[in-house]
Write a protein that binds this ligand. Structure first.
Ligand code: DMJ
Length: 450
């Protein structure tokens, strides 16, 4: 009797869903087609309910502008290259037209230098390179000039905010990601306009930051851009630090600047030595930048960019192992949480912001290994996102990945990045190859045309 009960218990116990069947060329094409459909669904919802504003709130069906009373057309600028690459011609034409007709940077508003650079400057530059339309480059140049005063600090590391009209700056407490994630965009602008100042300022910021790493070779997480003093000595690869590493490597690949290669080699070595953590798999946690002592075992949706960068840097072994950990994080809560305590395998910050990083890493790994496992991973994640985040009006974030309670926001990077990387991962004949471009941290492809 006892044995029968046990048998029944085992038979009825929930078990993980069977992995999808190995992808064929036809099933990949079908998946890619579905991503196109979801992009159209998201764009049309934005157009219907938030047209001309920065972003859509899908549940309340309202519009959201980052800065009250001002629109910088965040969703159209961030989405345009995805619409072009996925072949949504009509929608791309709508985005193109609204940007060229309405986008104005002559606004008396303090904006975040980092966010505006990666989304708008990056978006305008890739729009220019994909369409050949000089008006996008003119907009990028105007924006670049309005952002330049941000770099006028005693250390050359930029202030957090800059006023687009007056050039006034504020926010001296910054972090490695906001200081070190500017060179791909400013550097491309410099090469295309032949105005070297853009490259020089962004590189100087990166060099000044890198020079302040600890004797172990690690950055902290908060720094005063006026004094150059660290205000927080925690080192990790999550939000606030992440893309500083990414731009060391990608800066080298895009511009061939040997200083950047050296900085990347130093940065990656320190990371692998001190931040990597073997805990039932490979993770990258948090340590004190001076002693290397472990301060937390947290990894999350933002950290999941690292397999892509490791793979791009040629370290496929660590990239593969870390991607397995990221995917464990995703399946542990049935969609990744913002932050996971990987020693306890428990989410400590339970939202899902429609982030792309884990999909981006699957795409890079598939590109470099041709292992169909990454397409299967992508498919499982795509189905989860469609199931949990799709609404009648586009896609929305989750407040809680365990209950799947929906929040009310469709960030522009969902169209710029998440859907783009899903498509590039699935498409049997992708519209561009990784070897031809360098993606900025917002997935805007930049091409070395100079
Ligand atoms: C994007 O704006 C960029 O990818 C950035 O580097 C990190 N955060 C979001 C996506 O999660």
């Amino acid at each position: 009797m006892k044995a029968l009960a046990l048998l029944l218990l085992v038979a009825c116990a929930p078990h993980p869903p069977a992995p999808p069947a190995p992808p064929t060329r036809a099933s990949r094409a079908e998946l890619a087609g579905r991503v196109q459909g979801e992009l159209r669904h998201s764009w049309q919802a934005y157009r219907r309910l938030a047209w001309g504003h920065d972003e859509l709130n899908p549940l309340s069906r309202t519009a959201h502008d980052w800065y009250p009373g001002v629109t910088l057309l965040m969703t159209p600028v961030d989405s345009l290259d995805t619409l072009l690459l996925l072949g949504l011609r009509e929608e791309a034409e709508e985005a193109r037209a609204v940007i060229l007709e309405r986008l104005s940077f002559d606004q008396d508003v303090f904006v975040k230098n980092f966010e505006i650079t990666i989304r708008l400057l990056g978006g305008l530059l890739s729009a220019h390179q994909l369409t050949g339309d000089a008006r996008f480059l003119a907009l990028a140049r105007e924006l670049g000039r309005r952002l330049l005063p941000a770099f006028d600090s005693p250390t050359g590391m930029p202030y957090v905010d800059v006023n687009l009209r007056t050039g006034k700056v504020r926010g001296k407490k910054s972090n490695p990601a906001e200081i070190g994630t500017l060179l791909l965009e400013f550097g491309t602008l410099a090469r295309l306009t032949k105005e070297e100042v853009f490259y020089a300022k962004a590189k100087q910021a990166l060099v000044a930051l890198h020079a302040r790493r600890s004797p172990l070779g690690l950055p902290g997480s908060t720094i005063d851009v006026e004094t150059g003093q660290w205000l927080d000595r925690k080192s990790h690869v999550g939000g606030g630090i992440d893309s500083y590493y990414e731009y060391l490597l990608k800066g080298w690949l895009l511009f061939g600047d040997p200083d950047l290669k050296k900085m990347w080699d130093e940065g990656a070595a320190a990371l692998n030595r001190h931040v990597a953590d073997e805990a039932g798999g490979l993770w990258y946690g948090e340590v004190d930048m001076d002693t290397g002592a472990r301060t937390a075992s947290e990894f999350g949706a933002l950290h999941a960019f690292l397999p892509a960068v490791l793979a791009l840097g040629g370290d496929l072994e660590r990239a593969r192992r870390l991607q397995e950990s990221s995917y464990r994080m995703w399946t542990a809560t049935g969609i990744e949480p913002e932050v996971l305590d990987y020693r306890r395998m428990r989410g400590t910050s339970l939202g899902y912001q429609l982030r792309p990083e884990i999909v981006e890493s699957a795409y890079y790994l598939h590109h470099f290994t041709r292992d169909e496992r990454y397409v299967q991973m992508g498919q499982a994640m795509f189905e989860d996102v469609v199931r949990a985040c799709r609404t009648e009006a586009g896609y929305t974030v989750l407040d809680d990945v365990l209950t799947k309670k929906q929040g009310d926001r469709m960030p522009s990077f969902f169209l710029a990045e998440t859907l783009k990387y899903f498509y590039l991962l699935f498409a049997p004949e992708p519209p561009l190859e990784l070897g031809q471009v360098v993606f900025n941290t917002e997935a805007h492809p930049l091409r070395r045309t100079w």
